[in-house]
Design a protein around this ligand. Structure first.
Ligand code: GDP
Length: 296
């Protein structure tokens, strides 16, 4: 699980704080210095860490920590609250169209987990008694269409495909029409990724977006790639006005910094977290729960 290193480090800092009866200003400063280092080691963006520590300090001064009976606990509580805020504060729900179907466009680099996440999302919606349709719009990655079809069969979710010789724009448009004709209330459009961001990719994604007018444009990013994930999110957001981020591979041995930086850097809420390859390994992202998990 991601964050193990960070959790261990923070627990060490907090144990020290709790262990002391009275705290001096110096104790608190020392603790915050260690929190700062722990966050940097977890690959959290440098500027994000700086702002974070400044905010914690500000709150600590505001709450007059030293006058409290349990200053250590107050500091921990402040860190918890700031961590929650850093990740977006509250859970941001998936948008829902006033008039179905709700169109969700999945974007991201190749290998980030777009196709897998599309399947997971379909499963989640199906469990909530919706009738999702998966649209196979990744015509470039070999076997991406087949992969989606296999997932669809496994989940008993229909998959709309036109093969790989038709443009993604046509596929998306026709997929949307198919959903309307078949009463699917959610359409999940899997799109092509590339190994790196390039103009051709972005132009194509913009065209797909224009053609189907998605209610959600979700960027799927691999949390294992750390700061790169944050840079990718920034670029995609600039070009495509994302409505949310899905962080994948949080089950891996990552340092987790991407999860902590991505909202602060892009302003885009994290809507889901994926923690495994299986189809049920997708969770709505709750900043407060994630903060508690990180603090251990
Ligand atoms: P795409 O190119 O973005 O469509 O990526 P895929 O959906 O094909 O995923 C790439 C690889 O990452 C596959 O082997 C997936 O099984 C794996 N994967 C996707 N999400 C997760 C996750 O949350 N955890 C782990 N461990 N692997 C994942």
């Amino acid at each position: 699980m991601a964050f193990e290193g960070l959790t261990g480090r923070l627990q060490g800092v907090f144990d020290k704080l709790r262990g002391k009866g009275k705290l001096t200003e110096e104790d608190v400063s020392e603790a915050l210095r260690e929190v700062r280092l722990a966050l940097l080691e977890a690959d959290v963006n440098f500027k994000v860490v700086k702002d974070f520590i400044a905010k914690v300090k500000e709150r600590a001064v505001g709450q007059d920590v030293m006058k409290s009976f349990t200053p250590g606990m107050v500091v921990i509580d402040i860190v918890n609250k700031e961590l929650t805020d850093l990740m977006g504060g509250t859970h941001t729900k998936l948008a829902k169209a006033n008039k179905p179907p709700t169109v969700i466009m999945m974007v991201g680099l190749q290998g980030a987990g777009k196709t897998t996440t599309s399947g997971k999302l379909a499963k989640m919606l199906q469990k909530q008694n919706h009738k999702p349709l998966l649209v196979a719009g990744d015509i470039y990655r070999p076997a991406a269409i087949k992969q989606l079809q296999v997932l669809g069969e496994q989940l008993k979710v229909p998959v709309f495909s036109m093969g790989d010789q038709v443009s993604p724009v046509e596929i998306a448009k026709n997929g949307l029409q198919f959903a309307k004709d078949n009463n699917n209330d959610y359409v999940i459009v899997d799109t092509a990724g590339r190994l790196h961001i390039d103009e051709t990719l972005m132009d194509e994604l913009k065209n797909v977006r224009e053609a189907v007018g998605p209610h959600e444009t979700l960027l799927v990013v691999d949390a294992m790639t750390g700061q790169d994930a944050v840079n990718v999110a920034e670029s995609f957001h600039k070009q495509l006005e994302l409505t949310g981020v899905v962080l994948t591979k949080l089950d891996g041995d990552t340092r987790g910094g991407a999860a902590l930086s991505v909202k602060a850097v892009t302003g885009c809420p994290i809507k889901f977290a994926a923690m495994g390859e299986k189809m049920d390994a997708l969770e709505p992202f709750y900043p407060e729960r994630m903060a508690s998990r990180i603090l251990g």
